[in-house]
Every structure is written in structure tokens, then in C-alpha cells.
Design a protein around this ligand. Structure first.
Ligand SMILES: *[C@@H]1O[C@H](CO)[C@@H](O)[C@H](O)[C@H]1NC(C)=O
Ligand SMILES: *[C@@H]1O[C@H](CO)[C@@H](O)[C@H](O)[C@H]1NC(C)=O
Ligand SMILES: *[C@@H]1O[C@H](CO)[C@@H](O)[C@H](O)[C@H]1NC(C)=O
Ligand SMILES: *[C@@H]1O[C@H](CO)[C@@H](O)[C@H](O)[C@H]1NC(C)=O
Ligand SMILES: *[C@@H]1O[C@H](CO)[C@@H](O)[C@H](O)[C@H]1NC(C)=O
Ligand SMILES: *[C@@H]1O[C@H](CO)[C@@H](O)[C@H](O)[C@H]1NC(C)=O
Ligand SMILES: *[C@@H]1O[C@H](CO)[C@@H](O)[C@H](O)[C@H]1NC(C)=O
Ligand SMILES: *[C@@H]1O[C@H](CO)[C@@H](O)[C@H](O)[C@H]1NC(C)=O
Ligand SMILES: *[C@@H]1O[C@H](CO)[C@@H](O)[C@H](O)[C@H]1NC(C)=O
Ligand SMILES: *[C@@H]1O[C@H](CO)[C@@H](O)[C@H](O)[C@H]1NC(C)=O
Length: 539
């Protein structure tokens, strides 16, 4: 533990050693990296995202005074990747990398902004291509680009951006952090596994870590409910009915009726309560389900098991119906078929109705870009790294169960070697939260704790947890306290403001508990106050 922990504001604050110009920044880079631009943004200024950045086109506003840098780096097979770097004038001595989403190619400038407001030198990579989140066409017959996306671009960007940061301030970086969600969560876990020296602390939300199973499963789960003309098809108009029944059965089962399903894993849901009376033959316009539709519902709520009883992927959670994008269209979400067509190389003519377990076996064999994360995090543990993961219990895009699956497999890998996993890796369920951020209108779960991408949902100048900028409420600061002060988080308090407006009053706060503990109401006191809750083992 160092004694330099003085809080989260500026630790350094010294004038930079380098000018904020392309020439000066170029001087700090190796010959395989070229500056695209470097210029100062004044206090309360806007960084104008260059036109043509498909992945993240929105320009962050209200920035602190900083130097905005963009660099292009040579990579494998005649490819390149780029990264963006915000170097705030009021530097806190730390480095923070943020992540990406889906297949998006682009620098995530918006998510760099909150970290720079805290004073972190903040970086994002474009992962080596230019595309929207759901577009995988760039990957076709491009193994170099896929390897950049899988792990090379993040690692290479981190190495180069740290060099620029240290040269810019003419001072060693004190600590290195990472915070990302979804694909960003995967990037964080991949770094912990493959490049353990890159970060001291990694916050990885809703990680798409098992991409070789998640993407094929995205096709498989959609087919449960297709074609839309089938008698077993559940139209999206019925989803609110299903969600209401799940809430009715599963909310009280967690011990407190509060519209938040806190323990979907512990709910014995009975879909037959939704069954239509015999006189209803067509469930489309109804508020009930036919027997074939009930069959579909069972499939969606059941883990995917392949041939020979092999576990393929966890099911969508009870309570995630408000975000059932993957099962409510007339075709699978693009992230599934594009992976099969362009990452696995079956080509643009592949028809998703031809999906079979052979596709899953092919994905396991090809492992595009080596993007899937393995369970051996021993090197990260050995160097003293800290890892914090979280996952919304109402996530409709990446099944919640995939993160405890990862956590438990890391435990199985490391505990027999005498490693105490709690010492360096902690996982937190977020009851009622959807994918990375947000809650459903009638649920109003306390979902906000300054995780990756969350601040943007509350306003374009929000950072940290307004009114609660401390390690008890803010996941990034919890990580800083763990790394720099040795204070390991037992819980993180989630916050929900009225209408998700930080100027409005706080509606609810509640602890998110370290897995496998669960938040239990103490039986007295305001249910909307965090102090009325305790994290307890469910057994
Ligand atoms: C920041 O800029 C916005 C306009 O971009 C302006 O409305 C606001 O008053 C400015 N805030 C400060 C503190 O200067
Ligand atoms: C990124 O892709 C978009 C859409 O295809 C295109 O308009 C734009 O020029 C591309 N930008 C870069 C930097 O290549
Ligand atoms: C590498 O890319 C450049 C620019 O796109 C191109 O001119 C060159 O032919 C490529 N070289 C190889 C070996 O593919
Ligand atoms: C770029 O060059 C530096 C210095 O030789 C090297 O350490 C780094 O690995 C290279 N980056 C990539 C992405 O190849
Ligand atoms: C179906 O049967 C129930 C109970 O017998 C009855 O209340 C309802 O009105 C019937 N609905 C239709 C559409 O006939
Ligand atoms: C059910 O009825 C609706 C109209 O109420 C119709 O559009 C739809 O095609 C019917 N579905 C089936 C499977 O018969
Ligand atoms: C299932 O297991 C049997 C016996 O180990 C093996 O021969 C067969 O190839 C497996 N099937 C698949 C689809 O993996
Ligand atoms: C994955 O990584 C291993 C070693 O780390 C390497 O041998 C292999 O070629 C890589 N595979 C792909 C598809 O990049
Ligand atoms: C630092 O650690 C001390 C002793 O464990 C604890 O009392 C204090 O609250 C911690 N401070 C922070 C900011 O984590
Ligand atoms: C919240 O939104 C509702 C509906 O738009 C509105 O009536 C109410 O005044 C808002 N409350 C606050 C505190 O913003």
C-alpha cells in the first residue's frame, strides 16, 4: 500500500512537459505509431468526434481542459488500429482505459469523458475497424482485423497510450485502471488473462467473454421463437403479459415485494399460470399463451445444452423480458448471424435457419481472434491485480448466468492451487438492471453505480455518482480504494433517482452484494435506504 492516497482529485496538477501538438506527441511514440491529431480542448469545451466515426459518433461536451490525441498503430497482416487519449490538465496521476460495445469499431470518446472529469488520463481503442455495433461484415476473410478486435488493439493501444501519458506529464503513471461493459467487459477480462501487466485494477461489466458461444446462441435462442407464423411463436405484444406474471411470482419469492426481482435464480416460475382457457385458439391478440407458446417460453428460460450433454450457454433470466430484443424480431439479432457469416467464414449467403450444433463446434474450433477468455487468471493474481465484475439480473442481451459461470470456473481453476479468489476477484449481481445500465419503468431498481457507459444514460456531463462520489457508491472509486488502499469492496450501493434525473431526488439506494451473498431487508426501516439492507449468504 502506498501512502499517496489523497482522494480522487488531482494528485499531480503539474504543467505538462510536452506541448499538445502532433509533433510533440509523435516524439513520444515508437515508429510503428503515427499521430492523427493532437490539440487542446479548453475547459467546458466540446471534443468534436471526426466525421465518419460510425461506432461512436456522439461528441462529448462540457469537458475539463485537456489534450485530445488520436494515434494510428501498425498491427498484424497489414492492418492498423487506432486509439484516442484525453490528457486532462488537472491530472490525478492515473491512467484509465475504457471499452467498446458489440462489434462497434470506433473510439468510444463519450465514455472517455467521465474518467477525464475525475482527472484520469483516459484512453479508448477503435479495435481496428470502423463499423456500427451490430455490423460484422468487416471481419470477413480478415484474420488480422479479427485478432485486433479480439485482443491486439486493446493491448497495443494501452502500451502506446501509457508511453504518451508518461511523456506528456514527464512523470510515471501511479496506477493503471480499466472499466468497460459488454464487449468492454470481455476486453477487460481478456486483459486480465492475457496481458496481466497492463492494469492494476479492472472493472468488467456484463462481459461478453464467451463470444464463441454467445454469438451462435444468439441465433439459436431466436429460432426458438421463429418463424413468426408458427403456432409456437410468442408475439412481442405478449411480452408485457409475461413480464407481469414473472414479477407476480418471482418478486415475493425473493423475500420482499418491491417490484424488483432480486433472486431470479431462486424463483420457481410456473408459466402455466399464463395458459389460455380452452376457448381461445389464437394467442396473438390475447393476454394469455397457448400450450405451444408455453413450450417456447420454457426453452427461453432453460440453459442451452448441446449434444452429449455439453453445456453451451445459460438462459435468459426471469425478469429480463423488458429487454427481449433477441427473441422478438422476425430474424435473429445481427450479432448472431454476422458472427457465423463473417467471423466463422460461412459467407453472406448463410441462412440462419440452417443453424445446427455444427455451427457451435465450428466456433469452438476457429475461436475467431482468440477473443474468448480463459479461466486461468493466476498471472494477474500473482502481480497483485484486482478484478471487479458485475451483471444486471434483468439483462436481455447477455444472459446474466454467464458471469457467475466465469467466476465459478475461475474459482475451480485457481482455488485448488491455493489461491483465495476473493482476495483479487469479486462479482456483484445487480438486481433489476438490464444490459450494462438502466431498469424497466415499473421496476425502478437502483442500477446506477458509475459503471462503464452508465453516466451517459443520466446526462452528457455526468460523472461518478453525483452527491455520492465515494468508493461506497462508485464502482471505479471502489476499485481505486481496493488497489491503492487495500480496501476490498464487500458491497457497492446502487442508486436510482426519480426519472433517472440526477437533479431530482434519490428514489432508492440499495447494496449490491458480493456473490454469492444477497441483499436482505433487515425487516425495519425505510426499504429505499441502503442502511436497511444487509448482504447475507442465502444459505
Ligand atoms: C459550459 O458551456 C455551456 C454551453 O456549451 C454553457 O451553457 C455553460 O454555462 C458553460 N458552463 C460553465 C461553467 O462555463
Ligand atoms: C467509416 O464508415 C462509414 C460508413 O461506411 C464511412 O462513411 C466513413 O467514411 C468511414 N470512416 C473512416 C474513418 O473510414
Ligand atoms: C498493405 O496495405 C496497403 C495500403 O492499403 C497496400 O497498398 C498494400 O498492397 C498492402 N500490402 C499487402 C502485403 O497486403
Ligand atoms: C510498436 O513498436 C513498439 C516498439 O518497438 C513495440 O513495443 C510494440 O509492441 C509495437 N506495437 C505493435 C502493435 O506491434
Ligand atoms: C371463454 O371462457 C370463459 C370461461 O368459460 C369466459 O369467461 C369467456 O368469456 C370466454 N371467452 C370467449 C372469447 O368466449
Ligand atoms: C391470429 O389472429 C391475428 C388477428 O387477430 C392474425 O393476424 C394472426 O395471423 C393469427 N395468427 C395465427 C397463428 O393464426
Ligand atoms: C458424443 O460423444 C461420443 C462418444 O464420446 C463421440 O463419439 C461423439 O463424436 C460425440 N458427439 C458430438 C456431436 O460431439
Ligand atoms: C490464439 O493464440 C494462440 C497462442 O496464444 C495462437 O497459437 C493461435 O494462433 C491464436 N489463434 C488465433 C485464431 O488467432
Ligand atoms: C483506507 O483504508 C483504511 C483502513 O483500512 C480505511 O479506514 C479507509 O476508509 C480507507 N479509505 C479509502 C478511501 O478507501
Ligand atoms: C418525472 O416524470 C413524470 C412523467 O414525465 C413527471 O410527471 C414528473 O414531474 C417527473 N418528476 C421529476 C421530479 O422530474
Amino acid at each position: 500500500m502506498r501512502t499517496s492516497f489523497l482522494g480522487y482529485g488531482a494528485l499531480v496538477g503539474a504543467a505538462s512537459a510536452l506541448e499538445c501538438t502532433p509533433t510533440a506527441i509523435q516524439g513520444a511514440l515508437p515508429s510503428n505509431a503515427t499521430v492523427n491529431f493532437a490539440y487542446p480542448v479548453s475547459a467546458n469545451g466540446t471534443f468534436q468526434v471526426p466525421t465518419g466515426d460510425t461506432g461512436y459518433p456522439t461528441s462529448p461536451v462540457g469537458l475539463p481542459a485537456l489534450c485530445a490525441v488520436s494515434v494510428q498503430v501498425q498491427s498484424v497482416g497489414n492492418t492498423t488500429f487506432g486509439f484516442g487519449l484525453f490528457l486532462p490538465s488537472d491530472w490525478n496521476g492515473r491512467f484509465l482505459a475504457v471499452g467498446n460495445g458489440g462489434f462497434a469499431g470506433g473510439i468510444n470518446w463519450m465514455d472517455m469523458a467521465p474518467g477525464s472529469r475525475y482527472g484520469f488520463a483516459t484512453m479508448s481503442t477503435d479495435t481496428g475497424h470502423n463499423s456500427s455495433s451490430s455490423d460484422g461484415t468487416w471481419a470477413y476473410n480478415q484474420p488480422g482485423k479479427v485478432e485486433n478486435w479480439g485482443h491486439l488493439a486493446m493491448h497495443g493501444s494501452v502500451v502506446a497510450a501509457k508511453t504518451v501519458t508518461a511523456a506528456f506529464y514527464e512523470k510515471e503513471i501511479s496506477y493503471n485502471y480499466y472499466s468497460g461493459c459488454s464487449t468492454g467487459g470481455r476486453q477487460g477480462l481478456k486483459e486480465a488473462e492475457k496481458y496481466p501487466e497492463d492494469f492494476d485494477g479492472i472493472v468488467a461489466g456484463a462481459p461478453a467473454w464467451w463470444t464463441s458461444h454467445l454469438q451462435p446462441w444468439t441465433v439459436k435462442v431466436a429460432l426458438y421463437n421463429l418463424p413468426t407464423t408458427a403456432d409456437y411463436h410468442i408475439p412481442s405484444t405478449l411480452l408485457p403479459t409475461i413480464a407481469a406474471e414473472v414479477l407476480k411470482q418471482c418478486d415475493p419469492q425473493d423475500g420482499l415485494k418491491d417490484n424488483i426481482i432480486s433472486d431470479p435464480q431462486g424463483c420457481n416460475f410456473r408459466p402455466e399460470e399464463l395458459l389460455c382457457a380452452s376457448n381461445v385458439t389464437n394467442g396473438t391478440a390475447a393476454s394469455c399463451l397457448t400450450s405451444p407458446q408455453i413450450d417456447t417460453l420454457y426453452k427461453i428460460y432453460t440453459d442451452s445444452i448441446g449434444d452429449n450433454q455439453t453445456f453451451i450457454f445459460p438462459h435468459l433470466n426471469l425478469g429480463s423480458e423488458g429487454q427481449w430484443i433477441l427473441v422478438s424480431g422476425d430474424k435473429p439479432n445481427n450479432l448472431g448471424p454476422d458472427y457465423v457469416k463473417y467471423f466463422l467464414g460461412l459467407g453472406p449467403d448463410w441462412d440462419f435457419y440452417d443453424y445446427s450444433e455444427d455451427i457451435q463446434r465450428l466456433a469452438d474450433k476457429v475461436q475467431p481472434g482468440n477473443a474468448t477468455v480463459g479461466f486461468d487468471l493466476s498471472a494477474f493474481h500473482a502481480k497483485g491485480g484486482k478484478l471487479l465484475s458485475y451483471h444486471g439480473q434483468a439483462d436481455g442481451l447477455i444472459p446474466t448466468g454467464s458471469t457467475p459461470y466465469f467466476y465459478n470456473h475461475v474459482t475451480r481453476t485457481l482455488q485448488p492451487r491455493g489461491i483465495d479468489v476473493d482476495e483479487f476477484f469479486r462479482f456483484f449481481f445487480v438486481p433489476g438492471m438490464g444490459h450494462c445500465a438502466g431498469t424497466f419503468a415499473n421496476v425502478n431498481a437502483p442500477w446506477y453505480f458509475a459503471g462503464a457507459n452508465q453516466a451517459l444514460n443520466l446526462g452528457n456531463t455526468v460523472y461518478g455518482v453525483p452527491g455520492f462520489r465515494d468508493e461506497k457508491h462508485d464502482a471505479l472509486l471502489a476499485m481505486v480504494a481496493w488497489v491503492e488502499n487495500g480496501t476490498a469492496p464487500e458491497q457497492i450501493v446502487g442508486t436510482k433517482w426519480v426519472n433517472d434525473t440526477t437533479q431530482a431526488e434519490v428514489m432508492r439506494q440499495r447494496p449490491l452484494c458480493m456473490y454469492p451473498k444477497q441483499a436482505k431487508y433487515s425487516g425495519s426501516g425505510d426499504v429505499d435506504a441502503a442502511s436497511s439492507w444487509e448482504c447475507k449468504l442465502p444459505y
